[in-house]
Design a protein around this ligand. Sequence first.
Ligand SMILES: Cc1ncc(COP(=O)(O)O)c(C=O)c1O
Length: 430
Amino acid sequence: MDASSLAERRDRILAPNYFHSFDQPLHLIKGDGVWLWDSAGRKYLDCYNNVPCVGHCHPRVVAAVCDQTRLLSTHTRYLHENIVLLAEHLSATLPPGLDAVNLVCSGSEANDLAVQMARAATGNQGILAVKRAYHGSTTLAKALSTFESVTEKRPQGMPDWLSVFEGPNPYRGPFREDTPDIGAKYAALVGDALDALLARGHKPAALILDLSFDADGVLAAPDGYVADVCARVKKAGGLLIVDEVQAGHGRTGRMWGFETYGIVPDLVTMGKSMGGGYPVAAMVTTREIAGKFVERDSYFNTFGGNPVASAAAKAVLEVIEEEDLLARVRDVGPYLEAGLRRLNARYDFIGTVQGLGTFWGLDLVKDPHIREPLPASEVSRILTLLASQGVIAGVQGVHDNIIKIRPPLVFTRDHADLCLQALDAVFSGV
Ligand SMILES: Cc1ncc(COP(=O)(O)O)c(C=O)c1O
């Protein structure tokens, strides 16, 4: 089926909430490592997809899924080695005490369950979250996700148990890059959000943080900020949920994003990269917290942690270790960053470059002095031009003006060079 009739049939039969990444939809049919091919045989460097973190169709992950699919796939109410081996391996990558593993199917389910457990463990209902964060699509995870304008798309507003605060954005937020003690100033906003929550009669059950601040534009928190924020919430009796769906599985050059900031969560959620393409996600907490939850509630997930999903997730952990991908990110990340900063110095319309590891955002502006975002239509045109140069990137941010670079972890310096050359070629024509 050719791409245009496929797009037409897709639009006719799928619900209208589906959208395409590009105005001219891509019809991808094959992936291998950092490469993708479309139905016309064109090859693309994938600078965007984090789900295949060990590379598209990694042979080890493919073999794990195929071998286990041939043998057995059923739920978790029978004994099976895979789920136990995976849970042990996962827990060993986390700080001591995070040893009660729940396997689910999506990041949304992981966050939903984390909130349920935090509420059960504390007896409180209040949740603190970063404004414009994204934590998923279940009713509960969606309520925490204020990345879309609450007034336009959700006229009913936010639930009274939720209090949001501005994330640490030195380029666009209330405190700009030259503000002294910027970390402490942003952290004080959490104090305000906490007060607002208490004033509405809710003690905090938890703070939820995506430490890549992805939906807010891919931010790197200033020194001291994350620890300060967490200390404030803990002091008020709340638990700390770290959403590692984006930052986890090596994206920052460490296994978990929270390691960068020297904090230890009470509950940690993960997904996306976890199965290298196979849907699997997890929520890990302490036995004490999970124990309190199970005293008054229960949880079962039909597909979560099935033998195939567990085999995929176990293979991904093994590949990350055996191919030393954290070291790869620590090498390629700064190399990519340096190249992006060179482009920033050359092109006025790159307002700022922000991020960590191999996760970068280029905030594009119409006018660098007033930081007016480049219109989304212009950014979309740039992404289409990039794709025509054989490079796939994404878009992020409330204004849809931030180019997002977030390649599989197997990205090398040579791949970074190709990405930077394509960006340069497209930018020089803008
Ligand atoms: C930070 C974060 N949390 C949670 C989710 C939800 O994950 P899923 O789409 O697997 O439900 C996402 C998805 O984009 C995410 O970026």
